[in-house]
Ligand binder design. Sequence first.
Ligand SMILES: *Cc1c(COP(=O)(O)O)cnc(C)c1O
Length: 455
Amino acid sequence: MPNNIPYKINLSESELPKFWLNLQAYLPEKLPPMLNPATGQPVEADELRKVFTDAAVEQEMNTTDKYIEIPDEVRNFYRMYRPSPVVRAYNLEKLLDTPAEIYYKFEGTNTSGSHKLNSSVPQVYYAREQGLTSVTTETGAGQWGTALSMATGFFGLDLLVYMVKTSYEQKPHRKDLMETYGAQVIPSPSDTTEVGRRILKDHPGTGGSLGCAISEAVEIALSRENCRYLLGSVMNHVLLHQSVIGLEAKAALDKYNITPDIVIGCLGGGSNFGGLIAPYMAERLQGKNNIQFLGVEPASCPTLTRGRYAYDFGDTGCMTPLIKMYTLGSGFMPSPNHAGGLRYHGMNPIVSKLKHDGYMDVIAYEQTKVFQAAKLFCKSEGNLPAPESNHALCAAIDEAIKCRETGEKKKILFGLTGTGFFDMSAYQSFNNGTMTDYIPTDEDIELGLSSLPKV
Ligand SMILES: *Cc1c(COP(=O)(O)O)cnc(C)c1O
């Protein structure tokens, strides 16, 4: 075997990280504060605690602790499916005839099928510690709702999921899965909330959006006793939990003295990307490496490549605080795309800041291009990736092909965030040639940005 690097670099259970890495504490400049939309003033932690758990609020605003301990009960759950493997894609390298080394960190080995379980488990653990009895959420593609239902099932809390209507209809088995773990699932927009009824009236026949489902879930959390709203991406505390991905990847690669030249991840709300790059970016921010960081987003929802760095609502219903982030405007209605997990108008504030300050690069790919890449990956690595993950692996393949041309022996690490088992309709439409590429026009982008609040 070349270089003695195994196909699969596994960590043992005892090497599971004991701490998450808080990338926020490494930023050279603090993040701009969240603002109260009514007053334009920074939000108080007390206001946030009405919607989010106490732990989420504390972690969200923690700008000082570089490491935060992973509670024992959370680690014990993690042990059932982590550490997740780092795989050297020898067979893909061979297929591409590239001198580059390609590594991927695979997060699809749990039943929910993606990395989202890494954050749902601690979030529900903290909710139970706080004495809450139920939680609400939204889900787009269904991965977050599924991950959360696994955690609420385990810790014994009730869960109400608002699922984007198009996904609810396209992926009925996701609903079945969530219900199996004890969750209640409602297609959004629905008539169970004020905001849902308003959206239904203004946009009859709409397939819904993540932002709209968020508004419904937040409304319920605010109106019920002992209930809070949990988020699967975008927020800083979610990125914190996802740092377990990067910490494990780095620990595994360090064993073989491998430092990647480029780290690549797909961008939905920014949590898997931020978590994967966390330990490497922390070093970069201290001047200790010169790694390139590359985020990949869908051309149909081009938040970082065509959006604006501005204060915006996290949801369509304008109920969340204002967050400084790259955004397409909370009124942006992304066109249909099979990578449902990447259809969100905003981006995590840390990732947004890193992009704004020039620490990372971004590209946007059309979906037919990433599915073409996925086929190469399937044939060589035998692993069916989630449509979201296809964006990252496509960039890794493009990078490896460049190396073939230049002769560079780059070490490429990318995040394979999930399995594609729940996305066979996406593969079906690619295989039978009906998949199309939707790219918003400049007018569509302007229209979305025109919904930005004046601050
Ligand atoms: C949700 C999801 C993503 C995107 O979300 P991030 O918060 O940007 O990580 C990517 N891949 C899969 C498989 C997902 O489920």
